[in-house]
Write a protein of this length. Structure first.
Length: 67
């Protein structure tokens, strides 16, 4: 911990680990569908947040571009 607060680091994590985090911490949300890659936010070795990235589910938002 620095004088400004905790030092957080982001790194790639397996998609299944990110989905487990969402299930454990956000039980009020429906099960995560899809996903291509995931990022984890770490406070030392503790996973404290995730971001799951994927393609849009609505056809109108999907521009058809590939990564």
């Amino acid at each position: 911990m620095s004088a400004l607060g905790p030092v957080l680091a982001c790194r790639w994590i397996p998609l299944h680990r990110a989905r487990e985090y969402v299930l454990d911490h956000h039980r009020h949300l429906p099960k995560v569908q899809g996903g291509i890659i995931a990022l984890g936010c770490f406070d030392g070795s503790r996973l404290c947040g995730v971001a799951i990235l994927g393609r849009p589910t609505a056809r109108l938002f999907d521009m058809g571009e590939r990564m």
